[in-house]
Design a protein around this ligand. Structure first.
Ligand code: GDP
Length: 480
């Protein structure tokens, strides 16, 4: 709301009557309580020899800005534990590995045993902490990234030595690459009679994962998750990789981070697993989480133990929110509950408006306009086709397209139907999916529809290429 003469009087240390009189002389007829427009205030201020500056109000609802600002702030930075996600093809041993690590390196004094799965846990190894996200699968990973949270520092790629590189292995590699996290390869099941770790290594070199003794820089560890072989070596390598990354955070600011999981508990209300990424969180903190808010009523670690504070890279389970947030949502601790509520309500309102406005994902139809606004340097594309030859032919031709310096970036290509994972990857990376002689699965189709992901199906290669090129030139006939 604008200022009135009374407000101005206070700021200028004059009486309200004097201000009203002065305004009258300037040709503005108002009483003391009528609000004034910006121009009038400026003219009046100039008359008093003061420069009227619009007070820039901080947008309290902008959690991302808060987050980015704090990450730029290099003060009080201290080392923090790495956050690790385990990915790989189904049945290659992700769950077995996560369980084994958790049980053999439980954080100190947890003799009571492990009672809960909260989506993340920490282990202490060689006197150093490592945080694992206990949500195997790329869906969780990319869903979070789609919501803006890049919380993984290191990806451990599990590949079974008796099975080799499989479709979800490749997906995992591309998800990790898109998120720009370094990959450590864990070649698993080396105990099995049919195990052929060298073959796995050879296969992975095709995806740019080359071990050091083959002249590359990817860390490979041969393990058996089931029989606990070389798991410590894997942890050593995680710590080594983390050390090279010099991961740091400032524990002295107000806490901020991301939601790992959230659900509604019958007795306790909304329960959320949060990963603290900056600052230190305390019980009682007023907090905004995604589009919801509250006060940290209880805070538990992954063993169900009550804790009072949580430092960077610590996963905690909290209660006290007024609604259930979503995985990947940002959270920020506020100084007081009133502001937290205001920010939370403002965010909820904006989210509703956005939902109504139906945020537009990049599609070939709106591509040209987006390009014109200078918002795109590359067009990310996912290719799925019926045979490998078509995948390659399409990829090569698409990569040659160059319209005004904007190029195609193939972020994933594979043989097979268009899957849910393709759609989440497209959403997280703002990509368009091209299918050649393949179709989306029903679930992928409905996901793509509800998220506005553009899927283009073709039976003729040159038509697919032409369509992309036309879209980039703004020559695409609108589709009805
Ligand atoms: P996920 O789907 O990747 O989480 O795979 P799981 O951890 O569920 O493992 C799938 C199967 O492989 C289970 O039957 C495990 O017991 C088995 N498995 C996992 N790791 C190993 C291993 O190192 N050696 C052998 N022989 N079997 C393993």
């Amino acid at each position: 709301e604008g200022m009135n003469a009374q407000d101005l009087a206070k700021i200028l240390h004059r009486s309200a009557a004097e201000i009203v009189k002065k305004l009258f002389m300037l040709g503005v007829m108002v009483n003391q309580n009528q609000s004034l427009d910006k121009d009038t205030i400026e003219i009046l201020a100039a008359d008093y020899g003061i420069e009227a500056k619009e007070k820039v109000q901080e947008d309290i609802a902008d959690l991302d800005k808060f987050f980015d600002d704090e990450q730029k702030n290099q003060e009080h930075m201290v080392p923090r534990p790495p956050v690790v996600t385990v990915m790989g093809h189904v049945d290659h041993g992700k769950t077995t590995l996560l369980d084994k690590i958790r049980h053999s390196h439980v954080t100190a004094h947890e003799a009571g045993g492990i009672t809960q799965a909260i989506g993340a846990y920490q282990v202490r190894y060689n006197d150093q902490l490592i945080t694992f996200l206990d949500t195997p699968g790329h869906a969780a990973f990319s869903e979070m990234r789609a919501r803006g949270a890049n919380i993984t520092d290191i990806t451990v790629l599990v590949v079974a030595a008796d099975d080799g590189v499989m479709p979800q292995t490749i997906e995992a590699i591309n998800h990790a690459k898109a998120a720009k996290t370094p990959i450590i390869v864990a070649v698993n099941k080396i105990d099995k009679p049919g195990a052929n770790p060298d073959h796995v290594t050879e296969q992975l070199t095709e995806y740019g994962l080359v071990p050091e003794d083959w002249g590359g820089d990817t860390i490979f560890v041969k393990i058996s998750a089931k029989f606990d072989k070389n798991i410590d070596e894997l942890l050593d390598m995680i710590l080594l990789q983390a050390e090279m990354m010099e991961l740091k955070a400032n524990p002295e600011q107000r806490a901020a981070g991301s939601v790992v999981e959230a659900r509604l508990d019958q007795g306790r209300g909304p329960v959320a697993t949060l990963l603290v990424q900056q600052g230190t969180m305390h019980v009682g903190d007023p907090i905004v989480v995604g589009n919801t808010f509250g006060r940290v009523r209880t805070m538990n670690n992954e063993n169900g133990r009550k804790i009072k504070k949580a430092t960077p890279s610590t996963p905690v389970e909290i209660t006290g929110l007024n609604d259930v947030p979503q995985a990947g949502d940002r959270f920020v601790v506020f100084e007081d509950e009133k502001t937290a509520r205001a920010a939370g309500e403002e965010r909820a309102k904006r989210a509703q408006e956005e939902e109504r406005a139906r945020t537009s994902h990049v599609t070939l139809d709106n591509l040209f306009d987006t390009m014109k606004k200078g918002q795109m340097k590359t067009l990310p594309i996912i290719i799925k086709a019926d045979v490998q030859g078509s995948v390659e032919a399409l990829a090569q031709s698409l990569q040659k397209i160059d319209v005004d310096g904007v190029r195609v970036d193939i972020i994933h290509k594979a043989v097979g139907a268009i899957s849910e994972s393709d759609v989440t990857l497209a959403e997280a990376s703002n990509a368009v999916i091209i299918g050649f002689n393949v179709r989306p699965t029903p679930l992928a189709k409905s996901m793509a529809d509800s998220n506005n992901i553009d899927i283009r199906l073709h039976q003729v290669i040159y038509k697919a290429i032409e369509e992309v090129e036309d879209a980039m030139k703004g020559m695409l006939e609108p589709e009805y």
